[in-house]
Design a protein around this ligand. Structure first.
Ligand SMILES: O=c1[nH]c(=O)c2ncn([C@@H]3O[C@H](COP(=O)(O)OP(=O)(O)OP(=O)(O)O)[C@@H](O)[C@H]3O)c2[nH]1
Ligand SMILES: [Mg+2]
Length: 197
């Protein structure tokens, strides 16, 4: 079976990419699946695009193979776009999804219903040896609930209610999340370039 390296150590992303690539008969190999231990990549960029490029190019250079990377996060209007590119490490390092959720809920405790708009953003970068990287972006609009609920997904899913729904991303069935998520919307645009992988 054809294989694609995805430059991520996030198990939640890996699971979603496995579901996306399965119908194309492409096997997903993440940085957690390699025999050698890959040091954490420093995400020094100021945008999702910059960080996706850093991750994809570093791993592509190292293995001289085509590599896909995902840089994603939650952008909250009333927090002037935070946590944004700092989504994974919003409450500090080592990263802790529950601490990140607690921090967002605390910062938003005075924000009334109707002003709690937010979106998930996902930038995918494909890096190929000796070529400029290619980017696609996906968005998922919604709002931040005042309390967390649901066990599925990862990250901020327990507090994010997608537009048109009355439950959080973490209360949706994984297959349902994978039809509407920022990552799926980005993947849809990648499909035209799937032959590159
Ligand atoms: O509720 C969520 N549902 C999602 O679908 C989702 N996608 C991203 N995020 C958040 O944004 C960070 C990404 O940061 P990020 O792109 O740097 O990834 P990461 O550091 O977790 O792994 P890696 O891919 O860099 O190895 C993640 O950790 C999460 O907090 C999500 N939260
Ligand atoms: Mg990261």
């Amino acid at each position: 079976m054809k294989k694609i390296i995805i430059a991520t150590k996030n198990k939640g992303k890996v699971k979603e990419f496995r579901d996306f690539f399965a119908p194309h008969h492409i096997e997903v190999v993440s940085l957690l699946d390699l025999d050698e231990d890959i040091p954490d990549i420093e995400e020094t960029g100021e945008s999702f695009v910059e960080n996706a490029a850093i991750k994809a190019e570093q791993i592509s250079n190292r293995f001289q193979k085509t590599v896909l990377a995902d840089d994603s996060g939650l952008v909250i209007d009333s927090l002037e776009g935070r946590p944004g590119v700092y989504s994974a490490r919003y409450a500090g390092e080592p990263t802790d999804d529950q601490a990140n959720i607690d921090k967002v809920l605390e910062e938003m405790k005075e924000i009334p219903e109707g002003e709690r708009g937010a979106r998930f953003v996902c930038v995918l970068a494909i890096a190929q040896p000796g070529q400029e990287p290619l980017f696609v972006t996906g968005y998922c609009e919604g709002h931040i609930q005042t309390e967390q609920s649901g066990e599925n997904g990862f990250g901020y899913d327990p507090i994010f209610v997608p537009e048109g729904y009355e439950k959080t991303m973490a209360e949706l069935d994984p297959a349902e999340k994978n039809q509407i998520s920022h990552r799926k919307i980005a993947m849809n645009q990648l499909e035209q370039n799937i032959h590159l992988l």
